[in-house]
Design a protein around this ligand. Structure first.
Ligand code: HEC
Ligand code: HEC
Ligand code: HEC
Ligand code: HEC
Ligand code: HEC
Length: 414
């Protein structure tokens, strides 16, 4: 029963071979078409996004700046993939690619090439490129996580009712492209394998019940914001969808949270009460990779603007491995040790107490909310630093500010 989950994923079909009759089924499903009709080479079925650039320059440039275009080229991905592959069961080695280069579903036999491309640091293939999304024909949302099915042909699927004709492809509208379910496929949880655990909670939390979702705001409404522009070079201007996928970086930030606080000075001790109101209709941060966390930082500056007090609290999901110890590698997780993620549209209060700065006429109170840089065991951090072309300057080592508020509080009257 445990394995039933695993076998939902197409390329894991051979797993079923344990059961005799299923073996025959899987040979028929996988083997026969490749004998009868030669399978298209991968670069024909999933052409490079560069090929779409010729006519979709705007979309291409937005996508190129997005995280999706880097899904198999970051140092943290290379280093965690390496650790995953070192221990993964033979039949599950493609797991990370299911979302980071989802066309693996159609080309399971090329797994060694996918791995080599990642290790090269300069892959020729895209991870989450244009065809990887626009050839998705349906999503089985009964499976967990949901499974996409590709239809490989001349037709490109999208959200337009009437796309102008062109020489490169046919176009077809699918409701799926304007539905959150399309995104949830890759954004809600790791697939189950013998290495991962069945009952770990999903990443997004109860997004379906959020005010945003129930009022008709899909993932796309916030993360592919609508604009008016050319969809293809030289075509008439119409409603388009931004493809830079703003998230940790980019513009959705402005509407992420409302940060507020009040300060009380009680003689030798002072108190800061912080309120963080999240407008995000899913967990913040999302707990994959396992080191993701948001930090609430309180800094007090006293005389000569010297920091006299600093305290940090973390919003994160802390995973425990097989040995019961903390791990930032979620694929090793056996349970959740702690969960302080900001839940969908939650309002969180934090109280800080600290010594009132001495001999200063006033103090600065600064509250900052940031996405924290990667953290974890030294050997992992060193490996990432060593592997990244920019070393310690890699994005992974940078904190990203979400919101900040500061004030100056008078301490004594002169
Ligand atoms: C085929 C799998 C897949 C689908 C479908 C998908 N994504 Fe992603 N997405 C990814 C991966 C993988 C990354 C992370 C890339 C990286 O940084 O390595 C990502 C990154 C992102 C990010 C940036 C996250 C950050 O930390 O800033 C946003 C935002 C995002 N996706 C939104 C969406 C939305 C909205 C949709 C639906 C229209 C969607 N995604 C559909 C796989 C997918
Ligand atoms: C179910 C889909 C899915 C699977 C399977 C998956 N990832 Fe991810 N991964 C994502 C998405 C989506 C993001 C972006 C997360 C965000 O910003 O919220 C991401 C982000 C990451 C990141 C941080 C961004 C970057 O590229 O530096 C790393 C590292 C990563 N994944 C490693 C892995 C590894 C290793 C595996 C296999 C053990 C794996 N992922 C399996 C969907 C997936
Ligand atoms: C993560 C999945 C994903 C990726 C990657 C992606 N798209 Fe899209 N694209 C979508 C979705 C979803 C829509 C519909 C959005 C809507 O209507 O709200 C869309 C809409 C479009 C549209 C019509 C609207 C517009 O903005 O012009 C075009 C054209 C398009 N995509 C081309 C591309 C090209 C070219 C690439 C690669 C450079 C690409 N897409 C990459 C998901 C994706
Ligand atoms: C020869 C030029 C050309 C090339 C190459 C091309 N397209 Fe298009 N595409 C168009 C035109 C023109 C439209 C119609 C735009 C409009 O209606 O405003 C279009 C529409 C689309 C749409 C919207 C379809 C819908 O029904 O929502 C998507 C998605 C899309 N293209 C994706 C791609 C992808 C992915 C590639 C690369 C594999 C690609 N295109 C290559 C010219 C091209
Ligand atoms: C009402 C707007 C809204 C909707 C709807 C929404 N998000 Fe977000 N999302 C946000 C905001 C705001 C952030 C935080 C951005 C920041 O502070 O940098 C965010 C962050 C993210 C991130 C990156 C940050 C992280 O913590 O890893 C991903 C990935 C993401 N959302 C995916 C999704 C998916 C998938 C859906 C649909 C189920 C969705 N979002 C629906 C507003 C929205």
């Amino acid at each position: 029963m445990h394995n039933a989950m695993v076998t939902h994923r197409r390329f894991l079909m051979p797993m079923l071979s344990v059961i005799g009759c299923a073996l025959i089924l899987s040979i028929m499903a996988v083997g026969v078409p490749s004998v009868m009709a030669a399978k298209k080479p991968m670069e024909k079925a999933f052409p490079s996004s560069e090929k779409c650039k010729r006519c979709h320059l705007r979309v291409f440039e937005e996508w190129e700046a997005s995280a999706q275009s880097r899904s198999i080229v970051t140092a943290p991905f290379r280093m965690t993939l390496e650790r995953y592959l070192a221990k993964a069961d033979k039949n599950d080695k493609a797991m990370c690619f299911q979302c980071h280069a989802p066309h693996i579903a159609e080309y399971e036999e090329l797994l060694p090439r996918f791995i080599k491309e990642v290790q090269s640091k300069d892959p020729h293939m895209d991870g989450v490129g244009c065809p990887q999304c626009h050839l998705i024909h349906s999503v089985d949302d009964k499976a967990h996580p949901p499974v996409p099915t590709y239809q490989l042909g001349k037709t490109i699927f999208g959200g337009y009712d009437k796309a102008a004709e062109n020489l490169a492809h046919q176009s077809e509208k699918l409701g799926l492209f304007t539905d959150s379910q399309f995104c949830v496929t890759c954004h809600d949880s790791l697939p189950q394998t013998p290495q991962t655990v069945k009952d770990l909670p999903d990443w997004l939390g109860d997004w379906k019940a959020s005010k945003a979702e129930t009022s008709g705001k899909t993932c796309q409404s916030c993360h592919m914001p609508e604009a008016v522009d050319e969809s293809a070079n030289g075509e008439k201007i119409r409603k388009v969808a931004n493809h830079s996928f703003p998230g940790r970086f980019g513009k959705v930030r402005a509407d992420a949270v409302e940060l507020d606080f009040s300060t009380k000075v009680n003689g030798k001790t002072s108190l800061v009460d912080v309120t963080i109101k999240s407008f995000v209709p899913h967990n913040l941060p999302l707990p994959h990779p396992g080191w993701s966390r948001v930090v609430v930082d309180l800094s007090i500056k006293g005389k000569n603007l010297k920091t006299v007090y600093n305290e940090q609290r973390f919003y994160q999901r802390v995973f425990g491995g097989a040995d019961g110890k903390e791990t930032v590698l979620d694929f090793e997780a056996k349970k959740v040790l702690q969960d302080t993620l900001l839940k969908p549209e939650e309002t969180r209060e934090e109280s800080f107490t600290f010594p009132t700065p001495k001999d200063a006429p006033s103090m600065d109170v600064i509250v900052t909310l940031t996405y924290a840089p990667v953290h974890g065991p030294q050997d992992l951090l060193k490996a990432i630093e060593h592997d990244a072309p920019l070393g310690k300057k890699d994005r992974a080592f940078q904190a990203v500010q979400i919101a900040q508020k500061k004030t100056n509080v008078l301490l004594k009257k002169k």
